[in-house]
Write a protein that binds this ligand. Structure first.
Ligand code: A3P
Length: 300
């Protein structure tokens, strides 16, 4: 209804333009006008924030911990990346995949609030939002750029572009802060990569409540193990080995030992970011968070 949409307009959002490949234009309208169902499950993140990790946990929780089913079908087919098509040279209509998915649909997106389907705010399906501290996000994204997008610039250039909010799906800060505004909505649950890292049990308990699911301790223990870093890194259903194999060939990255489930720690930046950038990031973070009550854990 008009009134509900109005409510969204009442929020204090910062709708800066989002950096996206040209091809997005071709799909923008269809994504914005997508029909939403009440039983949809939307996983929304800025890239490299623990999306894959969350998708696997959430899919299992919502599907009666069907571990066999999860092994059998690749995660990207069970939990579809709606704007995947904007990265492809060839036509691959990921929006159509989402339109035709069996329900309940699990959908992943990195789009900011303003570009999401407008019916999300009317139909109000379950939305899971995950954020990650900007330093680890930037380092993780740098490896993604090199190994998946074939980026040939330096790490320094990449980190500067990140701070200048010029990499794909930026701006980073308004992505997170706009969802922070929405955190009290009943159909939205938010947590951080760091919460998953340091208290996965608690995040899973909250997700069980959110989904109205009850599982035994033994079942939850199995879920904890199944979604550990090592299990997911070795799980072909989640680790995108075939995609990585292709991109290695395509960009001639023969020396790279990159795996999509890469390091899986909080504080990668401590060894992978120079002192100069660490300080630049601190300044940038302080500036962006000055007038908000949002705080990152584990950033120092
Ligand atoms: P790193 O590159 O820092 O290792 P996304 O899925 O949003 O692209 O996020 C990818 C990041 O999540 C990568 O971070 C990856 O290693 C990490 N990740 C994925 N599965 C994980 C798990 N089970 N445990 C810890 N980290 C995980």
């Amino acid at each position: 209804s008009v009134r509900e949409e109005f409510k969204l307009a009442d929020y204090n959002f910062n709708h800066e333009p989002c950096i996206l490949p040209h091809k997005y234009e071709k799909y923008a309208e269809r994504i914005h006008n997508l029909k939403i169902y009440e039983d949809d499950v939307w996983i929304i993140t800025f890239p490299k924030s623990g999306t894959t990790w969350t998708q696997e946990i959430v899919w299992l929780l919502d599907n009666n911990l069907d571990f066999a089913g999860a092994k059998e079908t690749d995660l990207y087919k069970r939990s579809r990346f709606i704007e995947r098509c904007i990265f492809d040279v060839i036509d691959y209509d990921s929006v159509e995949f989402v339109e035709n998915m069996p329900r309940p649909r699990h959908i992943k997106t990195h789009l900011p609030v303003a570009l999401l389907p407008k019916q999300l705010w009317i139909v109000k399906p379950k939305i899971i939002y995950v954020a990650r501290n900007p330093k680890d996000t930037a380092i993780s994204y740098y490896h993604h750029y090199v190994n998946i997008f074939g980026y040939t610039g330096t790490k320094k250039d990449f980190l500067n572009s990140f701070i200048e909010e010029r990499v794909i799906h930026c701006p980073y800060f308004s992505h997170i802060l706009n969802f922070w505004e929405l955190r009290h909505e009943e159909n939205i649950i938010s947590f951080t990569y760091e919460d998953l890292q340091f208290d996965k049990k608690d995040v899973i308990a909250k997700l069980c409540k959110f989904f109205g699911k009850m599982y035994s301790n033994a079942q939850l223990l199995e879920l904890m193990k199944h979604t550990s870093f090592n299990s997911m890194r070795d799980n072909r259903s989640c680790n995108l080995v075939d995609v990585i194999k292709n991109t290695k060939k395509k960009y001639n990255l023969t020396d790279s030992d990159y795996s999509f489930i890469r390091k899986g720690i909080t504080g990668s930046y401590k060894t992978e970011m120079s002192k100069e950038f660490n300080e630049k990031f601190d300044k940038w973070i302080n500036l962006k968070l000055k007038n908000t009550d949002f705080k990152f854990n584990f950033c120092k």
